[in-house]
Design a protein around this ligand. Structure first.
Ligand code: NAD
Length: 497
C-alpha cells in the first residue's frame, strides 16, 4: 500500500486537500511506494502564509540564536545522514554511497551558513563627512521560494535554504514530485534542531504550485533548478512579478582530452563523471572530445572500464543504479537509438544490460558511443542519462570551438599535463565551472555554483558569497549625531565636507 506523502506547513505534516496526487516509485523495483500530494493554490497560499507569519520573529532573532539552530541542524544531519541517504536511494535510485556523498556536499553549505555572522557583516566609515558616519547592513528579503529538481533531492535544496535561513529569511520549498520524501525528513530535522515553526515549509506539487509561488505577492525571491526550458520560464515569470530570481538550467558538459594527458586518469574520470548517478547529474560529463589522434586509444580504455561496471539496485553495492522513471529511461534509450541510426558507433550498449535489481526497474546500463558528430541529437540535446559520446578534434582550437559553440555553459574539464594549455583553456572557455584534471568541478560551498549561457538565468550563482548576496538586501545608513555647529538650512544636494 503506497504511503501518502504530505506537505509540511507551519511545523507539521499536512495531508493534501487538493484531491490531486501523483505516484512515487522505487526506481530499482518499479514499485509504487508513495502517493505525493500535489498542492492547490490554496495549499501553497497556506505555506506562504506560514512563512510570512514566521518572518518578523525570525528576522529579529539574534545571529547568536540563529546560528545555534544551524549548528544543531548540522550536528543532527551529520549524525543521521545515512537515514536521508536511504530515502534518496529508495526514490531516486542512486547508489547509497553516492546518496551519502550528495548529503555531505549539502552539509558543506550548512557549515558555511554557520558562519553567517561574518558573512553579513557590513562596513563602517567614521567621519565620512565632518561628524558624519556611514555604515552598511544586509537584511533578509522575507519569505523565499526554492523549487528543486529530481536529481539531487537533498543537495540542491541545501544549496539555498541554509543560507536563506541563516540570513533571516523564511522558506517555502517545492521539491520534485518524483522524489519528495527527502524534503519532509529535512523539515523534521529542522524542527528537532529548534527552528521555529513556519520558517521552513514544504509545499509538494507540480506546475500549479510553481506558478502560484512565482506570482504570490509575499514571495520575495525564487531559487530554481531544473531543465533549461522551465528555468527560462521561471526566470521570465518570476521577474515579471517583481521577484529576484536565480534559475539554474540544463547542461552539456565536455571533457577535452589533449594528447599529452594521462589517458588512464582521463578514462577513469570519464567513467566516474559520465556514469556516476546514472548520468543524472547536471555536472556529468556527456561529451568527451579526444584531441589529436588519441581517440581510438582513449575509447578502448573507457570501454574496458565500462564493461566492469555493475548496474543494479543501489542498496546492493552496485556501481550504478536505475534511472528516475520508465519514461525517462525510454527517452534516454531513444537517444542511443537515434545516435546509432545517425552513424555513431555503439561501443558499449547499455540497452542490453543485465541488472542486479528488480525486473520492473528503470534500467539502462553504461553506454559509450564513438564517432559522434556535432549535428547528431545525441550530442546536441541534454540526455541526462548514462550515455557518453566521444567526438574527435584535430586541434585544441577545434575542441574549444565545440565547447564555446554549445548553448550550455555549466561545467567542463580539460585533461592535460601542460599547465600552459590548461591555463589558456580556463581563460578562454565560456563556461561557469572548469576542472583541470578534475572531471566534476562542483565548487566548494564557500565558492558559488552556477553556469553560463542557457545553464543559468539571473545574476546570482548558488551559495558562497553570491548566495549570501542573493538572500539579502543592502542598506547604507548615513548618520550624524547632534553637533550644533552643523545646523542651519541648506537646500543644495548633500556634499561632503
Ligand atoms: P524539471 O525542469 O522537469 O523540474 C524541475 C522542477 O520544475 C520540479 O520541481 C518540477 O516539479 C518543476 N516543473 C516541471 N515542469 C514544470 C512546468 N511546466 N512549469 C513549472 N514547473 C515545472 O527538471 P528535472 O527533470 O527534475 O531535473 C533535471 C534537470 O535539472 C536537468 O535538465 C538538469 O541539467 C537540471 N539540473 C541543473 C542543475 C544546475 O545546477 N544547473 C542542477 C541539477 C539539475
Amino acid at each position: 500500500m503506497p504511503t501518502s506523502i504530505p506537505h509540511w506547513i507551519d511545523g507539521a505534516r499536512r495531508e493534501g486537500t487538493s484531491g490531486r496526487t501523483t505516484p512515487v516509485t522505487d526506481s530499482a523495483t518499479g514499485e509504487v511506494t508513495g502517493e505525493v500530494a500535489l498542492a492547490s493554490v490554496e495549499e501553497v497560499d497556506a505555506a506562504v502564509a506560514a512563512a510570512s507569519a514566521a518572518f518578523p520573529g525570525w528576522r529579529d532573532t539574534s545571529l547568536t540564536k540563529r546560528t545555534a539552530v544551524l549548528f544543531r541542524f548540522r550536528e543532527l544531519l551529520n549524525a543521521r545522514k545515512p537515514e536521508l541517504a536511504a530515502i534518496i536511494t529508495a526514490e531516486h535510485g542512486k547508489v547509497l554511497d553516492d546518496a551519502l556523498g550528495e548529503v555531505s556536499r549539502g552539509q558543506e553549505v550548512v557549515e558555511y551558513a554557520c558562519g553567517v555572522p561574518s558573512l553579513v557583516r557590513g562596513g563602517f566609515t567614521e567621519n565620512a563627512s565632518t561628524s558624519v558616519d556611514v555604515h552598511s547592513v544586509r537584511q533578509p528579503l522575507g519569505p523565499v521560494a526554492i523549487i528543486s529538481p529530481f536529481n539531487f533531492p537533498a543537495m540542491v535544496p541545501m544549496w539555498f535554504f541554509p543560507i536563506a535561513i541563516a540570513t533571516g529569511n523564511t522558506v517555502v520549498l517545492k521539491p520534485s514530485e518524483q522524489d519528495p520524501s527527502a524534503a519532509l525528513w529535512i523539515a523534521e530535522l529542522w524542527k528537532e534542531a529548534g527552528l521555529p515553526d513556519g520558517v521552513f515549509n514544504v509545499a509538494q506539487g507540480d506546475k500549479v504550485a510553481v506558478d502560484r509561488l512565482l506570482e504570490h505577492p509575499d514571495i520575495q525571491s525564487v531559487s530554481f533548478v531544473g531543465s533549461t526550458a522551465i528555468a527560462r520560464y521561471v526566470y521570465e515569470t518570476g521577474t515579471r512579478h517583481g521577484k529576484r530570481v536565480q534559475a539554474l538550467g540544463g547542461a552539456k558538459n565536455h571533457m577535452i582530452v589533449l594528447p599529452d594527458a594521462d589517458l588512464d586518469l582521463a578514462a577513469d574520470q570519464a567513467i566516474n563523471s559520465g556514469f556516476g548517478s546514472a548520468g543524472e547529474r547536471c555536472m556529468a560529463i556527456s561529451a568527451v572530445v579526444a584531441v589529436g589522434g588519441i581517440g581510438d586509444d582513449l575509447v578502448a580504455r573507457i570501454s574496458e572500464r565500462a564493461h566492469t561496471l555493475r548496474t543494479g539496485d543501489g542498496r546492493k553495492g552496485c556501481d550504478m543504479g536505475p534511472l528516475i522513471s520508465r519514461t525517462h529511461r525510454d527517452r534516454v534509450a531513444s537517444y542511443v537509438d537515434a545516435g546509432e541510426a545517425d552513424g555513431a558507433k555503439v561501443v558499449v550498449d547499455g540497452r542490453q544490460v543485465t541488472p542486479d535489481g528488480g525486473e520492473d526497474g528503470f534500467w539502462l546500463g553504461p553506454t559509450l558511443l564513438d564517432h559522434v558528430q556535432p549535428h547528431m541529437s545525441v550530442y546536441t540535446d541534454e540526455i541526462f542519462g548514462p550515455v557518453l559520446s566521444v567526438l574527435r578534434a584535430d586541434t585544441y582550437e577545434e575542441a574549444l570551438a565545440l565547447v564555446n559553440g554549445n548553448e550550455y555553459g555549466n561545467g567542463t574539464a580539460i585533461f592535460t599535463n601542460d599547465g600552459g594549455a590548461a591555463r589558456r583553456f580556463a581563460h578562454e572557455v565560456e563556461v561557469g565551472m572548469i576542472g583541470i584534471n578534475v572531471p566534476i568541478p562542483v565548487p566548494m560551498a564557500y565558492y558559488s555554483f552556477g553556469g553560463w549561457k542557457n545553464s543559468l538565468f539571473g545574476d546570482s550563482h548558488a551559495h558562497g558569497a553570491e548566495g549570501v548576496h542573493f538572500f539579502t538586501r543592502g542598506k547604507v545608513i548615513t548618520s550624524r549625531w547632534l553637533d550644533p555647529s552643523h545646523g542651519g538650512l541648506n537646500l543644495g544636494f548633500p556634499q561632503n565636507a
